[in-house]
Ligand binder design. Structure first.
Ligand code: NAD
Length: 505
């Protein structure tokens, strides 16, 4: 059964099929056929992963680091093979697939190298009351982490959870999107080939939403979900049944602020890349620009000029590919129609042919329209004129999403101030999306964009539980936490409190 047939089937005919096809968005050709794994198969994968997790954790930081290096090497040596598969199954240009894989490999290297420093045992100050004890903090793995991924960055996005979870000492069961199961399966096969002594530490289960729901209920230590907010709510509800903790990496509606003193040409170049690359199917893609009165006309001219030179397609010269999911073209069309009906102007594009959406620039779109409020996930950009950067920030922040964003300004202090006050998990100044390529920086959103972090030290800790240990070094003459303590001990303690803390007013 194809995914389209499953989607279009009425509720009576809709049954969970035994297999499903992954197809190339550009041609409709079948890439491969996959099994739909049911609850029993998912649970069996998690059970196998639990056994593997114990061996994987026993390897310790150094042991895991060498195995993760082997995985990294394996991926790096086959970058073209994997990029070709991503190109076929997701539709993005081969060169963009290489960029995506490179970023994932770089993160893998960082996570493996820094895991001990971030998570390893460390002594902390025991404080005044436990001065006769040693105090230790360490971050222990959770066991098995379930990862549910989307299709838009089928390597980079799930690997942001998978590799950080592995580096932290967990095994992983990964449910890739039904639109990119071949890429997900390739990543797990690569693991088995590169690290054959712990093959079950990374496994893939394939299927539709039901398989993802089964993973939520399969007894994993944590569920890392990346996808849309509506599905995220279902995942949270399923995980709530077993109090399984969740990480939510959801959608965005990222804004760029172009201030009076911005390098307008650079801002336009970045906005066009941020909005149109990967056919706009980027959670941290730029979908809205707020340009101040002083730069608005020049910015619009620069953007429309650049967009004129872009076109979607499947050939080498195409700037981006088809929409990966056919249904996404309907969303784009609805947003463009709604923007125009509300008084917006189409400065470029606005057309959809089959799965190919022309690079689209919309002007004067009211803030209440769907094109400004909802995630479009297509190669579209709205540009709005604002009085100043403060108004730009106010409008940028008036959205339920809060994933990322960008600020363009020549003033370092002003740009940093705006970046700090932007209601988002990540902001880049004078560029777009850069934070995603800095492994030490955490990645994640606020509001409808989710919670929790992948990448960086926070991304390692996300897949652990903090463990606190104290060890008594020597006894004190008076033990305050004993029934043997003398009656006067509490008075003495109160006097010490008065001396240490009482002077503060
Ligand atoms: P989606 O929510 O439709 O699907 C995501 C995954 O959830 C798929 O694997 C799907 O099979 C699974 N799923 C569906 N129903 C489920 C259920 N009931 N229980 C468990 N799993 C279920 O999202 P998508 O269309 O694949 O991805 C696009 C969305 O992902 C966009 O909103 C995009 O912004 C977001 N995204 C966010 C990030 C981030 O890091 N914040 C990164 C990439 C994509």
């Amino acid at each position: 059964m194809s995914l389209a047939e499953h989607r279009d089937a009425g509720p009576d005919q809709r049954r969970v099929p035994e297999t499903f096809e992954s197809t190339a968005p550009a041609t409709g050709a079948v890439v491969a056929v996959f099994q739909v794994h049911g609850p029993d198969e998912v649970r069996a994968a998690v059970d196998r992963a639990r056994v593997a997790a114990a061996s994987w954790a026993d390897l310790g930081f150094d042991g895991r680091r060498t195995r993760l290096a082997a995985y990294r090497g394996y991926l790096a040596r086959r970058v073209h093979e994997l990029a070709d598969l991503v190109h076929r199954e997701n539709g993005k240009p081969h060169a963009d697939a290489i960029l995506e894989i490179t970023l994932a490999v770089d993160h893998l290297a960082w996570a493996a190298t820094h895991a001990r420093t971030v998570l390893g045992p460390r002594r902390v100050s025991p404080g005044l009351l436990a001065a006769n004890h040693a105090a230790w903090l360490e971050y222990q793995p959770l066991g098995v982490v379930g990862v549910i991924g989307p299709w838009n960055y089928p390597v980079f996005t799930p690997m942001g959870s998978i590799t950080y979870a592995l580096a932290a000492g967990n095994a992983v069961v990964f449910k890739p999107s039904e639109h990119t199961p071949a890429v997900g399966t390739w990543l797990a096969d690569a693991w088995r080939a590169a690290v054959p002594e712990v093959p079950d530490a990374v496994q893939v289960v394939t299927g539709l939403g039901e398989t993802g729901a089964a993973l939520c209920r399969a007894g994993v230590g944590k569920l890392a979900f990346t996808g849309s907010a509506p599905t995220g709510r279902k995942v949270m509800a399923a995980c709530a049944e077993t109090l399984t903790p969740v990480l939510m990496e959801l959608g965005g509606k990222d804004a760029m602020i172009v201030d009076d003193d911005a390098d307008v040409a650079a801002a336009a170049d970045a906005a066009v890349w941020g909005a149109m690359s990967n056919a706009g199917q980027t959670c941290i893609g730029i979908e809205r620009v707020y340009a101040t009165e002083r730069v608005y006309d020049a910015f619009v001219a620069e953007v429309t000029e650049r967009v004129r030179g872009l076109r979607p397609g499947t050939d080498e010269a195409a700037a981006y590919g088809p929409m990966t999911m056919a249904a996404q073209t309907d969303v784009v069309r609805r947003h463009v129609d709604d923007a125009v009906a509300a008084g917006g102007r189409v400065a470029a594009g606005g057309t959809v042919e089959g799965r190919f959406v022309a690079p689209t620039v919309l002007l004067d779109v009211p803030e209440t329209s769907a094109a400004v409020r909802e995630e479009t996930f297509g190669p579209t950009l709205t540009i709005s004129r604002v009085r100043d950067a403060e108004e730009a920030l106010e409008r940028a922040n008036a959205n339920a999403h809060g994933l990322a964003g960008a600020v363009f300004s020549r003033s370092k202090a002003r740009a940093m101030d705006l970046a700090r006050r932007m209601r988002s998990g990540m902001t880049s100044v004078n560029s777009v999306l850069t934070f995603a390529s800095v492994p030490a920086l955490p990645f994640g959103g606020v509001g409808e964009s989710g919670f929790g972090r992948i990448h960086g030290a926070d991304g390692l800790r996300e897949f652990t539980r903090a463990k606190a240990i104290t060890r008594r070094r020597f006894p004190l003459p008076v033990d305050l936490m004993s029934f043997t303590r003398p009656a006067a001990a509490a008075d003495a303690l109160a006097r010490v409190m008065g001396l240490v803390h009482g002077r503060h007013r």
